[in-house]
Ligand binder design. Structure first.
Ligand SMILES: [Fe+2]
Ligand SMILES: [Fe+2]
Length: 232
């Protein structure tokens, strides 16, 4: 029987929501307003070069690529050698742009006049829009090419093992930060399946922490449907 696990789409749904939200903030931000702009830049690149904080948006994108390269791609390249080097090349391009945007956004905060900040803010927004388009295309490529290919070559157990290793290596603050984006981004069927598998496979306190996060983050109507389906 063909495998059905998908290691990419659920996390990508969370990343897409994160990018859509940031895109909305960027294009409505008043770059003349230094306090608002500082808040935006902080969320974008907070300690990007130094601490890789859990809440930093660019860090989250970067961590995601690293997780794929360390726990998924080495197995995939053994069964199909063409796609992975191309995806890694795309990761490098994305990282280069993320770093450039972080530096540019940070430098913007030091500009003396409102006019300069507004001009530079427009360019930061444009740079980000390009990154956004490339990141969406990259994720779609993983979902349309890599997911079906992995389902042909790996068993569900093997893919669950890859996901468990990724999750097992994440510091809890990072894990819950990304779950906070993922859970409200999934449909009821995906959420019910995920929670049922967490309840089966993870310690009860972790399951409770995840359901608590769902109650906070997931749209109320969707969450009550999911709770009913899994008998909470
Ligand atoms: Fe990727
Ligand atoms: Fe990805």
């Amino acid at each position: 029987m063909m495998a059905t696990e998908d290691l990419f789409t659920p996390i990508h749904k969370g990343l897409r929501s994160m990018l859509y939200g940031l895109s909305g903030r960027l294009q409505t931000n008043d770059f003349a307003d230094l306090a608002a702009t500082t808040g935006l830049v902080t969320d974008l690149e907070y300690d990007f070069a130094v601490a890789r904080s859990a809440g930093c948006i660019l860090c989250t994108l970067n961590h995601h690529a690293t997780d794929e390269e360390s726990e998924i791609f080495p197995s995939v390249v053994k069964v199909e050698s063409r796609l992975v080097p191309q995806l890694i090349e795309e990761h490098h391009e994305l990282t280069r742009r993320e770093l450039a945007i972080a530096q540019r956004a940070h430098a913007l905060l030091a500009l003396a006049s409102k006019e300069e900040r507004v001009d530079e803010g427009t360019r930061v927004n444009q740079d980000f829009n390009e990154l956004f388009a490339l990141y969406l295309t990259h994720m779609n490529r993983e979902e349309t090419e890599l997911v079906p290919m992995m389902q042909r070559h790996f068993t569900d157990d093997q893919m669950v093992g890859m996901r468990s290793r990724i999750i097992g290596q994440m510091p809890p603050d990072r894990l819950f930060s990304i779950l906070g984006w993922m859970l409200p981004s999934m449909n009821v069927t995906e959420l019910a399946t995920l929670l049922a598998s967490v309840r089966r496979g993870a310690p009860p306190p972790f399951f409770q922490a995840v359901t608590k996060l769902c109650a906070e983050k997931v749209d109320a109507a969707r969450w009550s449907e999911v709770s009913a389906r899994i008998g909470l």
